[in-house]
Design a protein around this ligand. Structure first.
Ligand code: ADP
Ligand code: MG
Length: 524
């Protein structure tokens, strides 16, 4: 591929006045944007700013309402993803489009237009994944892979089509520092090959590090274009949000209350040959405490969440206690009745049903006793729609959920707004125990700070909070206590102030704590 350089070089992609209406609402409003050859271009903006909508038009998923797209100097229409791929546009979506029951290679085969034998696809997958530093086993089943690994499939799938432009929608929101680092190397390699990258992210530091240009969207309009290296994270955040992002306040956190959650030597065998087992996991969380569990994706986080929440109950009733009650064999609803709330990682299809309105999604998450509050007429069990809807309204107002209608389908909310709703839904029940997996997955700075503050406030009010997160900045921002999960084993808990970034990194890699002399808080 030849790389055109110099000021006269035509941009690879040039869009003018690109607009997308959903009904009368303009999700993208007259957007202008140029991307040069070999340029890494950042697209910044808060949740709901219109970033995903814009790139869906570029990839032929959505039809523009107005405006024009030029590709390599010629005006084009992009009617379908197949056409986008043919022209040399590859896309890695924010929400994965993979079939869980199929293998990595089978999933990739589905997206390729030609009829290539599976063995050849598996071979090329292995080659490309190796060349770009994205290790993948072509024969692994997607169901057994972590979110980070699933993302790699999407990237390799896009790369196999030899794109001139690759679009990544919030790729690092699910990665560890080390995985993100590897992705940056992949992107730098793509750039060196003369390919262009359109990079959607909320992480301002990384945008400043790897991106040549940035375009900032707010409420569907371009509010700024800049060289991110000349900006500060604060100035970029201001362009995105329009105001300063609120700093999380943690004064008044006191993690000395009674023990509300206890797990004692819980072991869980792998559910499939590829998933992770839990090995003698013990933990205690007190009223007022925020225990953050750090770790690299795929080290037992989902298994730990499933054991804590009752998604997969365990055989030994007494090994898990919530508020002193043995709950090991109870399912999710049984544990909710004891006063616990749970927010799983995968929001679409798991925490929320995209096709149902927010109010129905609220009802689905309620335990039997909560539901009674929404019932009237005794045995007639007539659902009181207005009660549910007013609860949904209350949640949206407390958590500042931005939505297009009164009670829209969950699937129409942008990622961060849906997450604010799901977290708000659990908080609205004032659970004395909250377990949340990846609370700010793919969420912008404004929404993330809102969610983190809500978790701290819940602990301040006397609840025990367990946060499973791969985002170390987040962990240091909210945790009173930190433990690290690695290969299904949970480290001893440490007071947050006693652990350095480097020590956490060592624990993530499975190096035992005795190697750096940390003071374990609860001796076992
Ligand atoms: P971002 O990716 O910047 O978070 P999106 O492009 O996903 O934002 O969404 C922009 C706005 O458009 C949001 O307010 C969202 O609710 C709305 N929106 C997105 N897709 C649809 C749709 N299919 N129907 C109606 N509204 C939508
Ligand atoms: Mg988006």
């Amino acid at each position: 591929m030849t790389v055109s350089e110099g000021p006269e070089a035509k941009p690879l992609l040039s869009i003018r006045g690109l607009t997308k209406f959903f009904g009368s609402f303009a999700a993208c409003d007259s957007i202008d944007l140029d991307i040069g050859h070999g340029e890494i271009h950042a697209l910044l903006g808060e949740n709901g700013a219109g970033k995903s909508t814009l790139v869906k038009m570029l990839f032929g998923v959505l039809e523009p309402s107005a405006g024009s797209i030029s590709w390599d100097g010629a005006p084009v229409t992009i009617a379908s993803p197949g056409e986008a791929r043919q022209r040399g546009i590859g896309m890695v979506f924010q929400h994965f489009s993979l079939f869980e029951a199929l293998t990595v290679a089978e999933n990739i085969a589905l997206s390729l237009d030609a009829r290539i034998p599976l063995a050849k696809i598996a071979e090329e997958t292995a080659t490309v994944s190796k060349a770009y530093g994205l290790p993948l086993d072509p024969s692994a089943h997607v169901a057994d892979l972590s979110v980070g690994e699933r993302q790699r499939i999407e990237i390799v799938r896009a790369l196999l089509q030899n794109p001139k432009l690759i679009i990544l929608d919030e790729p690092t929101s699910v990665l560890t520092p080390q995985e993100a680092e590897r992705l940056f190397e992949t992107l730098m390699r793509l750039k060196a090959e003369g390919r262009s990258v359109l990079y959607i992210s909320h992480r301002l530091e990384e945008v400043r590090r790897i991106c040549d240009r940035a375009t900032v969207l707010r409420h569907g309009k371009v509010t700024g274009a800049c060289d991110p290296k000349r900006e500060t994270p604060a100035s970029l955040a201001r362009m995105m949000v329009g105001t300063e992002v609120a700093e999380v306040k943690r004064e008044g956190l006191a993690d000395t209350g009674e023990v509300l959650v206890e797990m004692k030597d819980v072991s869980v065998a792998p559910r499939t040959p590829f998933s992770v087992s839990l090995k003698d996991v013990s933990l205690k969380v007190r009223a007022g405490e925020v225990l953050a569990i750090a770790g690299v994706a795929g080290n037992g986080q989902s298994e730990l969440f499933d054991a804590l929440s009752g998604e997969y109950p365990i055989a030994d009733e007494g090994r898990i206690r919530l508020r002193g009650r043995a709950v090991g064999r109870l399912g999710i609803n049984g544990r909710r009745l004891v006063g616990a709330g749970f927010v799983p990682e995968e929001r679409h299809g798991h925490a929320a049903v995209p096709g149902l309105p927010l109010s129905d999604n609220l009802l689905l998450a309620r335990s039997r006793s909560d539901k009674k509050a929404f019932l009237s007429g005794g045995f007639l069990s007539v659902l009181r729609r207005d009660a549910i809807q007013s609860a949904a309204r209350r949640i949206c107002s407390v958590m500042d959920v931005r939505k297009s209608g009164e009670d829209p389908a969950a699937g129409s909310l942008s990622g961060g707004n849906l997450q604010k709703f799901i977290v708000g839904r659990e908080l609205d029940r004032q659970p004395s125990v909250l377990v949340i997996n990846q609370p700010t997955w793919g969420v912008d700075a404004g929404a993330a700070s809102r969610i983190r503050q809500a978790l701290i406030d819940l602990a301040k009010a006397g609840s025990a909070v367990i946060v499973i997160s791969q985002d170390l900045d987040e962990i240091f921002e909210i945790a009173t206590t930190i433990a690290v999960i690695s290969d299904g084993k949970l480290s001893a808990p440490y007071p947050a102030g006693d652990l350095s970034m480097e020590q956490i990194g060592l624990l993530m890699g499975g190096i035992h704590e005795s190697h750096f002399g940390g003071e374990a808080r609860y001796a076992s």
